[in-house]
Write a protein that binds this ligand. Structure first.
Ligand code: PEP
Ligand code: MG
Length: 549
């Protein structure tokens, strides 16, 4: 038995066997070679997929039973299907690279399945897409993600945020990011998905021999224990039971207003990155969505998501939220969220580089597609649009022009949209905070992004775990900028929220409530904790100056 210390990403316990993920995904765009070569690439990748489905079938039969394992048998048969092969061949004949040919063939077949009346056949639509994705991943060389087929703890150096979504959450009980950082997007995701996770573990190197070893993740203390003895296992079983009881007790805050002891009322919203998290948002009784990181739709696509695809996605989220506000942030691509089809240039300092609104100004067409999808979807619920990474008034004026262009086009085309959609910006750069008085005149609301605001104020790369001691979220420079932003918003008569990780910090919640922040948005997992914390605060007794020092 040996234990290692790391940093807490999301609290909780996991006692399971380790699955090692030992490689980073590399993304690159292919150029069409010849029909023969593209077909051979497809054929080789498909054969590999068939082998992997067969292996999965055998493994799953052993561990999960015949019934559940059957899925992999179906996948293997479908991958070998001649109709699928014909479609891929036809697409390659149209000069599509193997990756696109497979994606489009899978899309076509999936639509065909969906159009059938039989429920069993309809369900095959999702299967064919998954098979297509597996083959594409092999073609792109990103097939190294391990398959998780039983309750496990994933151990890796770091993980692309989108990859975390690909695992079956029900089987992923814990994550250890040996070299990862608590402020990265994968860390935010782990919190959203409520996976007990630790990062930046001292003294442990990634090694394939960890595979299959029993481990305990104590993410309440940031500890990983390898090969625990019986006494330790029993202790953690008890702690886990106790922890679950505490979570259950929080349920008494469901249905209660978010209000301080002295009667100051605000909104507690949730942050999400995908439609499938909405159920959790509602379960945790969040009053709305304060940050929908829409870039994850782009990260999971193999090409620019179309207006129609995005429209359907936003519509689904808005409908499911049943009239509660949903703040959708326009895509924040760049920095640690790169998408290969954007063809972004190599940068020495990506966090200070070509990112979100900066890309939009050079490529307004991409933002226009998203805005069209958003305004169309606005008829399905209460939508607000939020722009990230603002540093100047010009950027806001630019976005407003595009919004007006979309609205004018829709009026001409007779496309309905909600005229009351609010437009807000994220205050996540010191520049934006310092000119928040001027920015407030252009927009309907602010939301403070403390993850980036901290990174840029302290000149600390949020992904660099060597800087954890310098990355002080309570630094008075950051708190002063927060105070200034909230005060400027209120002077201009607009609401100000916070969607960065600091928003759910029990040390900071009194400071925010004392400044009469209008909304706090955090991972669903923290919504009830924040509501409970608020109920214990008397805003009249908060000493704001003490925080700023
Ligand atoms: C932030 O920067 O605080 C924020 C909420 O945005 P993200 O973490 O997605 O950069
Ligand atoms: Mg940010």
């Amino acid at each position: 038995m040996k234990s290692y210390n790391g940093k807490i990403v999301f609290e909780g316990y996991a006692i399971d066997e380790i699955v090692v993920y030992s490689d980073e995904i590399e993304e690159h765009k292919r150029i069409f070679t010849t029909q023969q070569q593209e077909f051979t690439r497809f054929d080789v990748a498909r054969k590999k997929a068939v082998v992997s489905f067969t292996e999965l079938y055998i493994e799953a039969t052993e561990k999960l039973g015949e019934k559940q394992a059957d899925l992999f048998k179906t996948h293997r048969l479908m991958a070998e299907d001649l109709d699928f092969e014909d479609l891929v061949r036809a697409n390659i004949a149209k000069q599509q690279v193997a990756e696109d040919a497979v994606t489009n063939a899978a899309e076509e077949l999936s639509k065909m399945f969906l159009s059938l009346d039989d429920a069993y056949m309809k369900a095959r639509a999702a299967d064919v897409k998954e098979i297509g994705q597996t083959i594409v991943n092999i073609l792109l060389g990103v097939d190294k993600l391990p398959q998780i087929v039983k309750p496990s703890i994933l151990v890796c150096n770091d993980l692309p945020a989108a990859a975390l979504m690909k695992f079956n959450r029900k089987l992923l009980n814990g994550v250890v990011l040996l070299k990862g950082n608590v402020n990265s997007h994968v860390a935010i995701f782990a919190r959203t998905l409520e996976i007990p996770t630790i990062a930046a573990v001292d003294g442990l190197e990634l090694d394939p021999s960890l595979n299959g070893k029993l481990a305990v993740v104590d993410a309440t203390k940031g500890t990983l224990i390898l090969e625990p003895d019986k006494k330790t296992i029993d202790k953690y079983d008890d702690l886990n039971d106790q922890y679950i009881q505490e979570l259950l007790a929080l349920k008494s805050f469901i249905g209660k207003p978010s209000i301080t002891k002295d009667g100051f009322k605000l909104k507690v919203y949730a942050n999400i990155a995908s439609a499938y998290e909405v159920a959790n948002v509602l379960k945790k009784d969040a009053e709305g969505v304060g940050l929908f990181r829409s870039e994850f739709i782009y990260l999971q696509s193999n090409d620019y998501p179309t207006e129609e695809m995005q429209y359907n996605y936003y519509k689904e989220v808005l409908e499911e939220m049943e009239g509660k506000e949903v703040v959708i942030r326009t895509f924040d691509i760049g920095a640690d969220k790169k998408v290969f089809y954007f063809n972004l240039p190599y940068e020495e300092n990506p966090a200070l580089g070509f990112r979100s609104i900066r890309i939009c100004r050079k490529r307004p067409d991409v933002l226009l597609t998203q805005l069209r999808a958003l305004y169309r979807a606005s008829m399905s619920g209460k939508l607000s649009i939020m722009i990230p990474m603002i540093v100047s008034e010009e950027e806001v004026i630019f976005v407003k022009k595009l919004c007006n262009q979309v609205k004018m086009e829709f009026m001409k085309e007779g496309v309905p949209f909600d005229k009351d959609v609010k437009l807000g910006i994220m205050i996540e750069t010191p520049a934006a905070a310092l000119i928040s008085d001027r920015l407030a005149k252009h927009v309907d609301f602010f939301s403070i992004g403390t993850n980036d605001l901290s990174q840029y104020t302290l000149a600390c790369d949020r992904l660099n775990s060597n800087l954890d001691d310098t990355f002080d979220p309570y630094h008075s420079a950051i708190l002063k900028l927060i105070k200034l932003t909230i005060e400027n918003a209120h002077k201009a008569g607009i609401p100000c929220g916070m969607c960065g990780e600091l928003a759910r910090d029990p040390h900071i919640i009194p400071f925010l409530a004392g400044l009469h922040i209008d909304e706090i948005s955090c991972s669903s997992a923290y919504v009830l904790k924040v509501r409970k914390a608020l109920s214990q605060i008397d805003t009249k007794k908060v000493n704001i100056d003490k925080y700023i020092k």
